[in-house]
Write a protein that binds this ligand. Structure first.
Ligand code: NAI
Ligand code: 15L
Length: 268
């Protein structure tokens, strides 16, 4: 059991869904975001922090023995936003952790780090990154930091390339990459209780029928996702009757992220 767990991005969709599971991992939980998180349970506290603010992030990391880092821009957005929240923010977080006792980190990366691989492929963390967006590039930067900070400073980290962590899929793509929040909670718990973690990369995906990702290199964690998107398959198939296999939305794992242009271009 951790003594004090920090979760950034606590006001976001994943943060709100994960919050009820944190009491089984830690005695005290510090929730952080740039927006309020609402009413607090007795074991919870809130500390507002902008991730690009170095001093603020150092204060946040002080005295914690585990971190779940969800905070930042979670979609393709103009470069300046990504630079502050995801590039500077990730650097501040990892470096503050280095200076404050090297707590284990669970880093919320994204499937968009490898979004330009085709959907007929099965890929694993050993394959080269193939980001489909500036957002995906920023997550690849975070993953590279995690690798450096383990190799050089022995700061252990579980990088989770999350698929689709929402209550239910919205189409056939997200049905293949669906991650139930309970499975994510189990994975975080494994990250904090494994005797050794190193820097491990895992795709955050439930036990779905369609599957593009091979997590066998993280088998040592003993993580066995219990949930599946199978119950929504018929509904999702019916919602997409007209496939065009050449459409980026259908062709690439990253779907619309792979099909979109530069976020700083004026919209036509
Ligand atoms: P979200 O956008 O709902 O939540 C992100 C939170 O980060 C927000 O509450 C926001 O206020 C906070 N934030 C943004 N910029 C910040 C800054 N500069 N300083 C401090 N806080 C800031 O995203 P969601 O869906 O909850 O995702 C959580 C994490 O998981 C994100 O890092 C996202 O990239 C990653 N992820 C999520 C997926 C999903 O299916 N929900 C899929 C792949 C990755
Ligand atoms: C992500 O990385 C996003 O954070 C999430 O909102 C979804 O868009 C998801 O990927 C996706 O692949 O659809």
């Amino acid at each position: 059991m951790l003594k004090k767990l920090l979760m950034t991005g606590a006001a976001g969709g994943v943060g709100r869904a994960l919050r009820p599971y944190l009491s089984r991992m830690a005695e005290r939980v510090v929730l952080s975001d740039i927006v309020e998180v609402g009413e607090l349970a007795p074991h919870e506290s809130f500390q507002a922090c902008e991730l690009s603010d170095r001093a603020g992030v150092e204060a946040l990391a002080e005295g914690v023995d585990g971190i779940i880092h969800l905070g930042g821009i979670s979609l393709e957005r103009p470069w300046k936003q990504i630079l502050g929240a995801n590039i500077e923010g990730a650097y501040n977080l990892f470096d503050a952790a280095r200076l404050s006792g090297k707590p284990r980190i669970v880093f919320a990366s994204s499937n968009h780090v490898t979004g330009y691989y085709g959907r007929e492929m099965r890929i694993g963390p050993q394959m080269p990154v193939r980001p489909d967006s500036l957002y995906g590039v920023s997550k690849a930067f975070g993953e590279a930091l995690a690798s450096l900070y383990f190799d050089k400073f022995e700061l252990e980290c579980l990088t989770v390339r999350i698929g689709w962590c929402f209550p239910k899929p919205k189409d056939m793509r997200t049905q293949a990459i669906y991650l139930a929040v309970e499975d994510l909670a189990d994975l975080c718990e494994r990250a904090f209780t494994a005797p050794r973690l190193g820097h491990t990369i895992v795709y955050g995906v439930s036990n779905n029928d369609e599957c593009w990702w091979d997590n066998s290199s993280a088998a040592f964690l003993g993580w066995k996702p219990k949930h599946s998107s199978a119950l929504w398959r018929e509904e999702m198939l019916a919602a997409e009757p007209d496939w065009n296999p050449a459409d980026p939305l259908v062709r690439f794992q990253g779907g619309g992220f792979a099909g979109s242009g530069h976020p700083d271009d004026p919209k036509g």
